[in-house]
Design a protein around this ligand. Structure first.
Ligand code: CMC
Length: 428
């Protein structure tokens, strides 16, 4: 942690004949921000920062990330410790309240979530209007948006308890929503949730059971899924979370805000990369190209090809989530007594990349999406559902950031500026 003496107390900006002092904001881990909130009023100028790579849009107490050192912590707790010792619902509570729950609080939270797992019967009919081949991310986004038509009471103007009720409903119902997008695609009946099961066991039941046969969730699979959900639970101001905050900043309700987050996550540069990684590994396995040939293409700017699951806006070091998942791949495959040749291909690509000047220079390392698909595949999740499972994991993060936005007295509607470069005034 830095002390006041380690950094200047203000920043001075010289702009034409003006010189202004800008306040400095320091985070608990010593991150320094220059407060430019009065810049335009005092100078007439705005800042220019495409992709917001240098812009902190908010203060947040939820997640700390140091990309240079490869550190990720939820409310102060290292991701490595949480991955080993915690459970997804405990993490959801931690992100909501920035404290770990007591045993009683966790039990009550779990019971409350269990109580809300069913979907309104009318909402189930919604699925039949959508093509079976439709991507499940589109179906899930549409269904989450549609929840606001069933729970119209949940508006920002309502008290905090109402916002919390929406949060509980969303965490409870999302596995049901997600599994119905899968069941719809394969023409199987929608299963009712089982409230006697733990959260991840219920997800497996919803996905893989059918009314004709008994289904018992495998504890190894349930544990692996819980780990995946924990690792995806929050990642501070990433593209989808900023989207949820931005939509929420207009005081749109939680369901509408998260619907937009799901759409943002779907893109292949963000959560959609987990599907693209496995498709890339399968293409290499099927012999379309060798790992080396593929790497040459990924470095060629004219090819339009990137090494999916590599690189990150913030991490300039190994993504700590990828490190945990790489090891978990091995463990899960061993425990399940299966093998996956895609793991070997992934490791070969990683080895080539980590020794290659192109990747070293640009500080490109495996990200969370590089190894996650191998575990999803091992536990039977269909490839086009991978990003839906990312969304399921990210829900507590989106929701807690949305709740924090509404608690924060500094929050205003998000409305960036631009530098206009079109034609000057002309007449019709
Ligand atoms: N393969 C090849 N080259 C790459 C890659 C890659 N995966 N990622 C970045 N580069 C190059 C890029 O071409 C650029 O080179 P140059 O400086 O010569 O123009 C340089 O590295 C910097 O890349 P950038 O696109 O300016 O970096 P960014 O911070 O805007 O983008 C990223 C970050 C994640 C979108 C990008 O690394 C990428 O497209 N990766 C592949 C997709 C992927 O795995 N996405 C999942 C991200 S992690 C999970 C999540 O949170 O969603």
């Amino acid at each position: 942690m830095s002390s006041d003496a380690d950094h200047p107390q203000t920043a001075r900006l010289v702009f034409g004949d003006k010189e202004i002092e800008l306040p400095i904001i320091v985070g608990t881990e010593g991150e320094i921000g220059i407060d430019i909130s009065k810049l335009r009023a005092r100078t007439g100028a705005v800042t220019f920062d495409p992709g917001f790579a240098n812009t902190a849009a908010c203060k947040s107490e939820i997640t700390f990330l140091n990309g240079e050192e490869g550190i990720l912590r939820y409310a102060g707790y290292p991701i490595e410790e949480l991955a080993e010792k915690s459970t997804f619902l405990e993490i959801a509570w931690l992100l909501f309240y920035q404290e770990l729950p007591t045993k009683d609080q966790l039990r009550e939270f779990r019971d409350e979530i269990r109580y809300h797992t069913m979907l309104h019967e009318d909402l189930k009919r919604f699925y039949s209007a959508l093509p079976k081949a439709g991507h499940p991310m589109a179906i899930c986004a549409a269904t989450v948006g549609a929840l606001s038509t069933f729970y119209q009471d949940v508006k920002f103007d309502d008290p905090a308890e109402q916002r919390r009720a929406a949060a509980i409903r969303l965490i409870a119902k999302f596995p049901t929503i997600a599994s119905y997008s899968f069941k719809h695609s394969i023409g199987q009946p929608f299963m009712y949730p089982r409230n006697d099961l733990e959260y991840t066991e219920n997800i497996l039941h919803l996905m893989f059971s059918n009314p004709c046969e008994e289904y018992v969730p495998d504890p190894v699979v349930a544990k692996a899924l819980d780990l995946l959900l924990i690792l995806h639970a929050d990642h501070e101001q990433n593209c989808s979370t900023s989207t949820v905050r931005t939509v929420g900043s207009s005081h749109a309700n939680l369901f509408a805000s998260v619907q937009a987050g799901i759409s943002a996550l779907w893109g292949p540069l963000h959560g959609g990369a987990n599907q693209k990684v496995i498709e890339m590994l399968m293409a290499i396995k099927e012999g379309n190209r060798s790992a080396k040939e593929f790497m040459a293409l990924a470095k060629d700017k004219n090819s339009g090809v990137r090494l999916m699951g590599f690189g990150h806006r913030v991490y300039k070091n190994y993504d700590p989530r990828a490190r945990i998942l790489k090891k978990a791949c091995d463990d899960v495959l061993k425990k399940m007594g299966t093998d996956n040749p895609l793991l070997e291909i992934a490791m070969e690509l990683e080895e080539i990349a980590l020794r290659d000047e192109y990747f070293i220079e640009r500080k490109l390392y495996p990200n969370v999406d590089f190894y996650s698909g191998i575990i999803y595949q091992a536990i039977g999740i269909p490839v086009d559902m991978f990003t839906v499972f990312f969304a399921m994991g990210r829900l507590p993060g989106w929701i807690s950031q949305w709740l924090e936005f509404h608690r924060d007295p500094l929050s205003r509607i998000n409305r960036p500026r631009q530098i206009y470069t079109g034609p000057k005034l002309r007449h019709y």
